[in-house]
Design a binder for this molecule. Structure first.
Ligand code: CP
Length: 353
């Protein structure tokens, strides 16, 4: 693209389209080929994410981060990814500090923001609300989590992590056994990741949830197609046996209507003793984070912090190259990234060597 051209009109060979526009609302927009094409762009971004190279390919572009629900990782890593490509970021967090508190609609908010920024990342507590933002604007909108709906960028970084870890372990995604544990009803990351995994072949998906927090039927129907074996069980030890990946999630009490968390006892917690009993030495233990460390939460135990099978911080690190790749594709600059790279003059000490 010429320097004067608006970045979001530049041509792109890898397309991520929602209703004909470059936007990301659901993993349903991906095929296996387009996921793998995106991951190749993420691989190109790795030296920038590791602070070994610099790119200013998005210099002059502005990202609007609109987060109407709590977030640490998604908001900051999208912002950091945009800045590492030379762009800058404007945020608003929570309803209180946005004019939605004064009754402004999604349509008006989205139209106004399109005049200020070149891309939007939106998190909203209602399923479907981010799609409403997307329909109201011509700039790329990325779903940063819509209530209990989807969290597509998290699922992409999770799958990218699985592929990288499997490559190190000499495994492939086709034929893998993935166990999802925890709140599968409200956990939007498991909704997106299970649908993305279903693009692969011959999987065994074990779904382990406390009573009342099982995977919604519409997701079950979607992932059961394509010949995958999908099993549901409340038995944690049996469900984890033989798993290549254990993907744990937090119980999302903030979304409960009338559910109790009966059944989510300390026996349901994933800890060192359970992992050693039920899983092998090369099982990956993943979690989208945050993990709930409050007393009685029974989320993923901190006694696993030094276990090499725990991939949670490798997942968070992978959020940067994957989100850079999303921006590059949605803004049509992915073919320019490689040419734009130069050596970093300052290196973060953690990435030297
Ligand atoms: N995984 C995730 O969405 O984390 P945040 O809520 O901190 O963004």
């Amino acid at each position: 693209a010429k320097a004067t051209q608006s970045v979001y009109f530049a041509p792109t060979s890898t397309q991520i389209l929602f209703e004909g526009r470059p936007q990301l609302i659901s993993v349903d927009q991906f095929s296996r080929d387009s996921v793998e094409a995106l991951f190749r762009v993420a691989d190109v971004m790795q030296p920038i994410a590791r602070r070994q190279k610099i790119s200013r390919v998005l210099e002059g572009a502005v990202l609007g981060n609109l987060f109407f629900e709590a977030s640490t990782r998604t908001r900051v890593s999208f912002g950091a990814a945009f800045c590492r490509l030379g762009g800058s970021v404007c945020d608003t967090t929570g309803f209180t500090f946005s004019s939605m508190a004064k009754g402004e609609s999604i349509y008006d908010t989205s139209r106004v923001m399109a005049g200020y920024v070149d891309a939007l990342v939106v998190r909203h507590p209602e399923q479907g609300a981010v799609a409403e933002f997307a329909r109201a604007t011509h700039v790329p909108v990325i779903n940063g989590g819509d209530g209990p709906g989807e969290h597509p960028s998290q699922a992409l970084l999770d799958l990218y992590t699985i592929q990288r870890e499997f490559s190190r372990l000499g495994k492939i995604v086709d034929g893998a056994h993935i166990a999802f544990v925890g709140d599968l009803k409200y956990g939007r990351t498991v909704h997106s990741l299970s649908k993305l995994l279903a693009l692969y072949r011959g999987l065994k998906l074990t779904l382990i949830a406390p009573r009342g927090l099982e995977m919604p039927t519409y997701i079950l129907d979607q992932i059961s197609r394509n010949g995958h074996v999908v099993e549901q069980t409340p038995n944690l030890v049996e469900g984890l046996r033989g798993a290549d990946v254990v993907y744990a999630t937090r119980i999302q009490k903030e979304r409960f209507a009338d559910e109790s968390i009966e059944g989510y006892t300390p026996d349901f917690q994933i800890n060192q003793a359970l992992l050693d009993r039920a899983c092998g030495r090369d099982t990956l233990l993943m979690h989208p984070l945050p993990r709930d460390s409050r007393p009685g939460a029974n989320d993923l135990s901190t006694d696993l912090n030094h276990d090499p099978r725990l991939a949670i911080f490798r997942q968070t690190d992978n959020g940067i190259p994957v989100r850079m790749a999303l921006f590059a594709v949605l803004l049509g600059v992915e073919s320019q990234v490689q040419h734009s790279m130069r050596d970093a003059t300052w290196r973060h000490p953690a990435f030297l060597g």
